[in-house]
Design a protein around this ligand. Structure first.
Ligand SMILES: [Zn+2]
Length: 154
């Protein structure tokens, strides 16, 4: 199996409903998303997918929909006021946690036709969430190790 990962940075605001921690108030993050694509064989260019193509399509979608937007659940009481102020919003059905944002980006990447196998959303330098629908426990723990090593190195 061949795998490539594209890293995309974006800024977003959110808040979590039914939650008692700091994230219950409107605030923002400098987020980083890792998008992993997998293929059993390479194409005639010797690639899983061209990094430039991933960047154009997926970063394009993120820039347009999520970057510098306030991402809120559809029943968030702040929505009517922010809409009235014409603030840039992205509204989703579920709480905008790192886990749900990872799944959102996974689903969009899949919808765009990429062979995505994992999306990892870093909310801060020390916290990330992974969405990987077909992961085995062994593969997951291996990836976690790789990622924490990468974090220490940076
Ligand atoms: Zn937050």
């Amino acid at each position: 199996m061949y795998q490539v990962t594209k890293v995309i940075h974006f800024c977003y605001g959110h808040r979590l409903l039914n939650y008692e921690g700091k994230c219950r108030h409107l605030h923002g993050h400098n987020g980083k998303v890792e998008i992993e694509l997998s293929a059993p064989r390479l194409d005639r260019r010797g690639m899983v997918r061209d990094f430039t193509e991933i960047k154009q399509v997926i970063q394009g979608w993120i820039d347009e929909n999520l970057d510098h937007k306030m991402i809120l659940r559809k029943d968030d009481p702040a929505l009517p006021g922010l809409k009235e102020l014409r603030e840039p919003l992205y509204v989703i059905d579920v709480n905008p946690t790192a886990e749900n944002l990872a799944k959102l980006i996974y689903d969009e990447t899949k919808r765009q036709g990429f062979p995505v196998t994992l999306v990892c959303l870093w909310e801060t330098e020390s916290s990330f969430a992974v969405y990987q629908p077909t992961a085995t426990a062994a593969a997951r723990s291996g990836q976690r190790q790789t990622r924490s090593q990468a974090t220490r190195a940076s």
